[in-house]
Write a protein that binds this ligand. Structure first.
Ligand SMILES: [Zn+2]
Length: 300
């Protein structure tokens, strides 16, 4: 019980994206369950909807020519995501692009089933593509696998995917995975233009070595580049791959209570999260520089 509570507390603090290393399987399962609870879909902006689970997120961008779906949750999340899309009155077969934040089992697990159900073009960054196509079995650090999904379109850093006149732009913010992708999108809320940032993840998992990892020699430099990139991107509406990163529950409660302006407009919260994540990274990097056993895995 103690370990389970620790895992949940760490997630609540937004410190981790996945369960901690060395976590017993039952704790891992409990933590996954906690992130994968039912969540009614809701509208965030004029053409942007939340269709994900309680903590692992999915978003639907609606355009006149069809929809863009970001992230697929766990493999067990896919039926709920489809149900959420239908509940909002949208037809999943009109999803034209399926995007991914990163190739981890809690965000990519449902993509294979969602691709079959929608017929969408699976779109990802080049470095995460082989991991998506191998279902995570070739990940540089993690051992959690998921149903493999074939990538149809590879996007470069800075490349825009456009549908029905709506542009969504990929920014490779690597470190958490080699191709971790933050997406940006202009939206309208209450008649005003706002810039959405869908943050990939900046969590430094306990399996990560940061420096000297033969499987990922540039990891620390990639994180540092990502912090610089993210600090330069507009972030009016702060969203991310996990609800805990942007305080989903509290903001949704405020939205449902009729708060104005829309509580998801939170540039200050976005900047504060980036600062907190960078401080956590700096601390871990200092630890790893001092202790060569930092993040060492059984196979190394
Ligand atoms: Zn992750």
């Amino acid at each position: 019980m103690k370990r389970t509570f620790g895992a949940l507390a760490a997630m609540a603090a937004g410190a981790l994206c996945l369960v901690p290393a060395g976590g017993a399987r039952p704790a891992a399962a409990t933590a996954s369950n906690a992130m994968n609870q039912p969540q009614a879909p809701f509208q965030i902006a004029d053409n942007l909807y939340y269709v994900g689970m309680s903590d692992v997120t999915s978003y639907l961008v609606v355009t006149r020519d069809g929809y863009i779906l970001i992230d697929g949750g766990f493999d067990t999340s896919a039926p709920a995501i489809l149900k959420h899309i239908r509940a909002l009155g949208f037809d999943p077969r009109r999803v034209k692009y399926l995007l991914n934040s990163h190739a981890h089992y809690d965000h990519a697990g449902g993509l294979a089933a969602l691709k079959v159900a929608t017929g969408a073009t699976m779109t990802a960054s080049a470095p995460d593509t082989p991991v998506l196509e191998a279902g995570g079995t070739n990940d540089f650090a993690l051992k959690f696998s998921f149903p493999p999904v074939k990538v149809d379109r590879i996007v470069k850093d800075g490349e825009t995917v456009s549908l029905g006149g709506v542009p969504i732009t990929a920014h490779v913010t690597a470190g958490h995975t080699k191709g971790c992708t933050t997406w940006t999108l202009p939206v309208t809320i209450d008649g005003k233009l706002e810039h959405v940032l869908f943050l990939c993840s900046l969590s430094v998992l306990s399996e990560y070595r940061l420096i000297g990892d033969p499987n990922y020699p540039t990891q620390a430099a990639d994180y540092e580049k990502s912090f610089a990139t993210l600090k330069g991107l507009p972030c009016d509406v702060f969203l991310a791959s996990h609800g805990t990163f942007f305080d989903l529950k509290r903001k949704l409660a405020k939205l449902q209570a009729g708060a104005k302006p829309n509580p998801f407009i939170d540039p200050g919260g976005c900047r504060a999260f980036l600062a907190k994540a960078e401080a956590a990274f700096d601390q871990r990097l200092a630890q790893c520089k001092a202790d060569p056993a930092c993040g060492k895995r059984e196979d190394q």
